[in-house]
Every structure is written in structure tokens, then in C-alpha cells.
Design a protein around this ligand. Structure first.
Ligand code: AMP
Length: 446
């Protein structure tokens, strides 16, 4: 873990190396047609995209900007396929992190401390240990940290304290997806219990009317996706003049989703003297530029997470030419070991269709993608988390940043667009030092 002052040359290129081992080949019986696609339809076939715009799985149907050659997939060459295999999983003991601070050391509201205790947070995580003291001093912070590191509390704890100390200060939190915004609000509600202020979620895919009404009560925290925040500003329902603090959560993902103009517009409307906390899993030129343009002398904290992909047994499932990959999936899912499975598809339409087709076979599946209403996405997620359904079919964008415990398997039914997307997908399993398994379907062409 590193802490430093911002310098424009800094970069954080991660290497995601994996050792390559054998591969799993699906021993097919005679290729039967199940009515779900077959060779020509290939259901949502890797490399074949019969339905809709590729990758358009997120808010307002924006496609990720970072796509090789526009519409390509990662995993179309043998060299790329080799990166989906890692049969030599080493489960090494992680060195135990010893934080410099305890939550009780922080000069924060005593009631807030009690709420932290009530949430059973015993010790700060690395990002919390390093970021909270600086944020409490009102310094701008860049946190290079992924989901799962405790970054949400790293910004919520000092900001709740700020709202308590500076009555009337308001906080804007920008996040890439509805699910992440809802997750942040849930954490906020836990920490802020009994403190006498409120937060609200302002995201697309949900009716704007109630959000406009909520804004009339001047909530202390507004947590939203850039597109909807911009809409609300344009309708004059959201006036940023009272907001002295802004958090950009998963800034890299917001850029990927094409939110850059909205983000710049929103930040541009805020007071220049504001307090800015900025979180991103990765560093790129564009991220550096944003930081340079909108933060003032930030403290940079980089939390190196363990390379989760090493903890995950990764393999490919070769689908012989003529074999329907839906049948292969259905077969796999019958195995009891596949107890909580996240299946990735490429398009919203395909994901929806796949979940329905599985349900017809009595494999209880739900889906999350950008065409579902906000409420339906939350319900699907909760059903999966509670174990009411064992399979969740998702697009990349919808699944990003979600904190889902104990996913037994990630299945890449459709190839990811980039290797980075692959790493994000498989990172949903093997969390919290559990061993995870990831399978990638590769359709044989010859
Ligand atoms: P995040 O990276 O913010 O999404 O947090 C990941 C998970 O870790 C969430 O379920 C948090 O509630 C949990 N968490 C965050 N900080 C702590 C902590 N200090 N102690 C225990 N759990 C934590």
C-alpha cells in the first residue's frame, strides 16, 4: 500500500498474469437442437451478436468506450483463450494487515462510532486506515482501490462526520451504476442511524418524480449516476450550489460507460473550493487528467489488492462446432456444486432470454441488465443473495461493483470484450479468500 501526493506522472498499470494449465473439454453427446439457438443462433454466441448492440448493458444503453476494434471480444485467438486458464491455484495465506488506527482513535462523532461498532467493523481496512485521517482534515483524496476493499466506508465515515460538524453541508456522490448507488445508500443508512439526516438515490431507470420530491427536502447526501444527476439539474430540481463535497466512486467505470461529459459538466457546476474524494480501481491518462483538472493537491492512496485471479480456478469449456452452448450450460448447472452461479452474457436481450430459458428447465435463474427497472434489478439481486435463485445472469455493466458473497462459479457464457472485463467478471467469485471457479465458454469454429 502506498500513500503519496498527487503527481501527474503516476501510473498504476496492473499485470494480471496467470499460469496456464490444462483445459476442460465438454464431452458432448450427439448435438441436439433444444430450440434455444443451436449452431447458427449460438444463443448469444461468443463473437456472434445477433441481438442488439454489443455490450450495451448499462445505464441509458451506453456502450463501454474501451472496446477492442469497436465490436471485438477478448478470447478469439488461442493466445487469448490461454488467459482463461489457471489450473494451478495457490491458496497462499495473506499477510495480516495491521492498521495504524482503530475506529475509536478517529476524532469523529461518538454516535457515528457506535454505529460503526454496531455494524461489527472492528478494525479499519487498509484504504480506511489511510484515507479517513486525510478526509477528516478536509484534504482531497485519490483512492486507488477496488470494490471489496471497504472504500465505501472510507469516504462515508469522514463525510458523515463532516455533515454532523458542519450542519448544512451537503454531499454529492457519483457512482456508475444504480446498484452501486443503492449499495452506498444502504451503507449510509447503517452508519447514519439516529443521526437525524437523510440520503437519497438519484438514478436512471427509476421514476424521476419521486426523486424530484425527495430533493425538495434538501437531503444531506445525494447519491446518483451522472446521467440522472444531469437530468435533475436540467430540470432545476437539483441545485449544486449548497454542495461543498463530492465523491466520485469507480471513476474509471464511469469513464468506460461514457459518462465523462456528464461528470465534467456536474463538477464544473460545483464550487471550486469544494472537497473532492476520488476512487478508481485503475489509473489511465484520462483518469489522471480528471484528477489534475478537478482535485487540488490530493493525497494519493493506492491499495494493492491481492491478485484475486490467482485464487480462482479458471478454465475454458470448449463447445464443439454444432453443439448448442445452452445445453452445455444447462448440463453444468444441474451439478450440485454449482450452487451460486453468476453467468455473464453480452447483451441485455440475450441475458433476459437466457434467464427465461433456464427457468423453463426449472433451473431457478434471475437476470440483471440495463433494460430492467431499478426495482426489478434490486429484487433479482436480493433473491440471488438470499439463495432463492441459484443462478444470476448478468451483463458486465449491471454486475460491476456488486458485493455478492460466496459466488461458487462465474460462467462466461459470452466472451468478455476485454481482458480487464474478464478479470472483473471472475472477481465476483473467490472473494474474501474463498476459492472460486470461473469457466469461459469458447465456441470451436472448425
Ligand atoms: P466495499 O469495498 O466498500 O464495497 O466493502 C466491501 C464489504 O466489506 C462490505 O460488505 C462492507 O460492509 C465490508 N466492510 C467494509 N469495511 C469493513 C471493516 N472495516 N470491517 C468489516 N467489514 C467491512
Amino acid at each position: 500500500m502506498q500513500v503519496g501526493r498527487w503527481n501527474h506522472q503516476s501510473s498504476d498499470k496492473k499485470s494480471h498474469e496467470s499460469s496456464h494449465g490444462g483445459e476442460r473439454s465438454y464431452s458432448s453427446r450427439s448435438p441436439q437442437r433444444s430450440g434455444f439457438g443451436g449452431r447458427s443462433g449460438g444463443y448469444m454466441g461468443g463473437g456472434q451478436r445477433p441481438f442488439g448492440r454489443p455490450g450495451a448493458g448499462g445505464n441509458r444503453g451506453r456502450a463501454p468506450a474501451r472496446r477492442r476494434g469497436g465490436f471485438g471480444s477478448f478470447g478469439e485467438t488461442e493466445a487469448e483463450i490461454a488467459k482463461f486458464m489457471n489450473r494451478t491455484v495457490v491458496t497462499t495465506e495473506e499477510p495480516v494487515f495491521v492498521p495504524e488506527h482503530k475506529f475509536s482513535d478517529f476524532d469523529i462523532n461518538p454516535h457515528l462510532k457506535k454505529n460503526i461498532e454496531a455494524r461489527k467493523y472492528e478494525l479499519p481496512t487498509p484504504i480506511q486506515d489511510k484515507a479517513i485521517p486525510h478526509a477528516l482534515l478536509g484534504q482531497d483524496v485519490v483512492g486507488l482501490a477496488e470494490t471489496g476493499t471497504g472504500k465505501t466506508a472510507a469516504f462515508l465515515i469522514p463525510l458523515i462526520d463532516k455533515v454532523m460538524k458542519q450542519k448544512g453541508d451537503r454531499i454529492l456522490i457519483m457512482a456508475p451504476t444504480r446498484e452501486l448507488a443503492v449499495q452506498i445508500e444502504k451503507e449510509l443508512a447503517g452508519f447514519a442511524k439516529g443521526l437525524g439526516f437523510r440520503g437519497m438515490v438519484a438514478v436512471g431507470g427509476a421514476n424521476i418524480g419521486p426523486q424530484i420530491s425527495q430533493l425538495r427536502h434538501n437531503p444531506a447526501f445525494v447519491i446518483g449516476t451522472p446521467g440522472r444527476l444531469k437530468d435533475l439539474m436540467e430540470r432545476r430540481a437539483l441545485d449544486l450550489s449548497g454542495f461543498g463535497t463530492v465523491v466520485l466512486d469507480e471513476a474509471d467505470r464511469m469513464l468506460d460507460m461514457g459518462f465523462i461529459d456528464d461528470m465534467r459538466m456536474i463538477l464544473g457546476k460545483m464550487n471550486k473550493e469544494r472537497h473532492t474524494l476520488f476512487f478508481s480501481a485503475t489509473m489511465s491518462r484520462e483518469i489522471e487528467k480528471l484528477i489534475g483538472d478537478f482535485l487540488s493537491s490530493p493525497v494519493v492512496i493506492s491499495v494493492k489488492t491481492r491478485d484475486t485471479s490467482k485464487n480462482i480456478d479458471q478454465d475454458v469449456v470448449r463447445i464443439p462446432r454444432g453443439k448448442d452452448k445452452f445445453e452445455v450450460l444447462a448440463e453444468l448447472l444441474k451439478d450440485r456444486e454449482f450452487s451460486r452461479v453468476l453467468v455473464f452474457g453480452r447483451t441485455k436481450f440475450g441475458v433476459e432470454k437466457l434467464a427465461k430459458a433456464l427457468s423453463r428447465l426449472h433451473i431457478h435463474a434471475e437476470s440483471i441488465h440495463g433494460n430492467k427497472t431499478h426495482g426489478a434489478r434490486i429484487r433479482a439481486l436480493e433473491a440471488f443473495k438470499a439463495g432463492k435463485v441459484s443462478v444470476l445472469v448478468a451483463t458486465d455493466v449491471a454486475a460491476r461493483g456488486l458485493d455478492i458473497p460466496a459466488v461458487s462459479h462465474v460462467i462466461n457464457y459470452d466472451l468478455p470484450s476485454t481482458y480487464e472485463d474478464y478479470i472483473h467478471r471472475i472477481g465476483r467469485t473467490g472473494r474474501a479468500s474463498l476459492k472460486g471457479r470461473a469457466l469461459t465458454f469458447v465456441q470451436e469454429r472448425y
